[in-house]
Ligand binder design. Structure first.
Ligand code: FHN
Length: 602
């Protein structure tokens, strides 16, 4: 079979340059926003704390263990307020030690702490004057732990921040969510609850605890644009430098908040944060032993930083105010890694390469790129594609030893290659880091290249989208969504230096839709595509019965369909097209594509 080689001369290839500069079009407002955002952009790593009276049942009610997160027990077990609220009378964490919690966050290398001032159960974990249903007035404990935490954060130099659930409040008839006791899911008078509880409480937490780094609203649900704006204005009026997270709703936040435990496929945008669990629940849950390893957590932190975000990692203390031992151990180990490698995380910006290399992740600072190697090459050589800047020095970050490297340019393929000689074993068992000192700012080509192993991965987020009029197909930060229209198609252009025969697979995933009781994960399959590469055409199916599962991260599952083989006969630049022949969509989800992979057949 003969392939069409599209171009052979680099001089004619359009190369996409990226840089790590802040968004263009600076205005006075941008400058002020940059000033307010600076600590957040540099911090990269924060501690999330879900602590409330739900730590007493800890996932169990009347002998039954409820699925999901423990802070949702009131909802899941449909507990009436008259039975749930007495939990407050048992809440007496006399050994609570704010200093030790914040010291732990500091030791973990975290730069800010976000704690639940009021979660969906409506119980305020601080001394509220707006509602007696709070830790000082309703528990035997009678202390305000938030005052103590604010002090401890000040002592250790961490930003103190609050979580506040602004719509869901299962204690209040006018709050959202308590369908089992009050009239259905829609509250009778949300505005009244908003005026009489939310605004006064937000005012309290922003007035009585010193400077607050950010306020973390959650589940915006029915918030109107006017309500989101009013709340954001209130925050900024009380504390102009306090940041507002993305879940205030209606795009009124200072930054974007990703879905829980969600990581984008590539470096997509500035200023975002992902909240993440170490096990499954956010609040303390006795039965939840699903702990991620320290290595997984370090890698997730690196991945988030390399894609331009912040990693807000959660702990769920017990009702006695103990942070579970598996969390403490992991946090200390992450801190040990950061003590050696922190320079490659703090103050860095997203990788100038949109798509990470197949061996790991990249972060950058002016004049530097940091190569975070997850899969250490057995060959003793690490290949970095696309860097056109001259490298002055390459160093292993841990030992500070210099390593040899070579830079090559293959004009015909538009390839810039740095080959680095690395020791046979990785210097760090979690993630080893190589620092490249550059002459000038990184000049990078984002042309899709074959990886070091010969694999070519075509991510949905960098596909060229050929959209028919009125179609719903779109890209989000993980891939292609809502592909239901048979006239929509995708294409990618890539360079291949190592020709041969390749096994082709498609990676798809499920998406969650709805909210509250209607929330569910949906996966639609049975789609058929025609994949063409040069003169070759492959009929391929995304089919549930044929698929296997891959776990690209502790948080995600990709469904993989092997669809056949193609040949790349010679080095060159090629175009691959994917056109639907039949798309199945009974629930409006259609095909959700993360990637197409071409793996060399040995
Ligand atoms: O429903 C909450 C959940 O309990 C937890 O607080 C998380 C943290 O991001 N936010 C909501 C679900 O997204």
């Amino acid at each position: 079979m003969k392939l069409n080689r599209l171009f052979m001369l680099a001089a004619f290839l359009p190369a996409i340059h990226s840089s790590v500069l802040l968004p263009s079009g600076f205005s006075q407002d941008d400058t002020d926003k940059d000033r307010r955002m600076r600590w957040f952009r540099d911090a990269k790593f924060g501690l999330f704390i879900h602590w409330g009276v739900y730590a007493i049942p800890a996932g169990e009610w009347k002998g039954k263990i409820y699925p999901g997160a423990s802070e949702w027990i009131m909802y899941r077990a449909e507990i009436p307020t008259k039975d749930y609220s007495p939990l407050a009378r048992q809440f007496n964490p006399v050994s609570f030690d704010a200093d030790s919690w914040v010291r732990l966050a500091k030791e973990a290398g975290m730069k800010y702490v976000v704690i639940t001032s009021k979660h969906h159960d409506g119980f305020a974990m601080y001394h509220s004057r707006a509602s007696k249903y709070n830790i000082v007035d309703a528990t035997p404990f009678k202390r305000d732990p938030m005052k103590e935490l604010a002090e401890a954060c000040k002592k250790y130099g961490l930003k103190f921040c609050f979580y506040y659930s602004q719509t869901q409040d299962w204690y209040e008839p006018n709050g959202v969510g308590n369908y089992w006791e009050f009239d259905g899911e829609s509250p009778k008078n949300f505005q009244e609850y908003f005026d009489e509880k939310v605004k006064p409480q937000v005012r309290e937490i922003l007035t009585n605890y010193g400077p607050i780094g950010l306020i973390w609203f959650d589940t915006p649900r029915n918030m109107t644009a006017a309500q989101s704006k009013e709340l954001a204005d209130l925050v900024h009026q009380l504390q102009p430098d306090c940041l507002v997270d993305g879940r205030i709703g209606n795009e009124m936040g200072d930054y974007k908040t990703k879905g829980d435990n969600r990581l984008p496929s590539g470096a997509t945008e500035m200023d975002w944060e992902t909240p993440a669990t170490m096990n499954t629940s956010w609040g303390f849950k006795k039965s939840d032993e699903n702990w991620k390893s320290t290595k997984q957590l370090i890698r997730a932190l690196v991945e988030v930083a390399s894609k331009g975000g912040n990693y807000l990692l959660n702990v769920g203390p017990t009702a006695e105010a103990t942070i579970p031992m598996p969390s403490t151990e992991r946090l200390k180990q992450v801190g040990e890694w950061l003590r050696i490698h922190g320079e490659s995380i703090y103050g860095t910006r997203m990788s100038p390469w949109t798509i990470p290399p197949e061996w790991g992740m990249i972060t950058t600072k002016p004049g530097r790129v940091y190569l975070h190697v997850f899969d250490w090459p057995k060959s003793g050589k690490l290949e970095l594609h696309g860097l056109r800047s001259r490298v002055a020095r390459a160093t292993l970050l841990g030992t500070r030893t210099a390593v040899r490297f070579r830079q090559e340019h293959h004009e015909a393929l538009g390839l810039a290659l740095v080959s680095i000689d690395v020791p046979p074993t990785p210097p760090d068992t979690n993630v080893s880091v190589i620092s490249l000192e550059l002459e000038g700012t990184p000049d990078v080509s984002n042309r899709i290249q074959q990886g070091q192993s010969g694999t070519i991965t075509l991510f949905g987020i960098v596909a060229d989208l050929h959209k028919s009029p009125g179609s719903r197909i779109r890209k989000d930060d993980t891939g292609i969504r809502e592909w239901v229209g048979k006239d929509d198609w995708l294409s990618w252009e890539f360079a291949a230096a190592k020709p041969g025969k390749f096994k082709v697979s498609l990676g798809t995933y499920e998406v969650s839709t709805g909210s509250g009781r209607t929330r569910k994960n949906i996966y639609e399959a049975g789609h058929q595509f025609a994949l063409s590469l040069g003169g070759q055409e492959l009929r391929c199916a995304v089919d549930s019965s044929q698929r296997r599962v891959e776990k690209p991260s502790p948080y995600f599952t990709d469904f993989v369909n092997e669809v056949g083989e193609v040949t790349i006969p010679a080095p060159g630049v090629y175009s691959l097209q994917l056109k639907p022949e039949n798309l199945v969509s009974t629930q409006g989800i259609g095909c959700v594509l993360r990637w197409i992979r071409l793996q060399p057949v040995k």
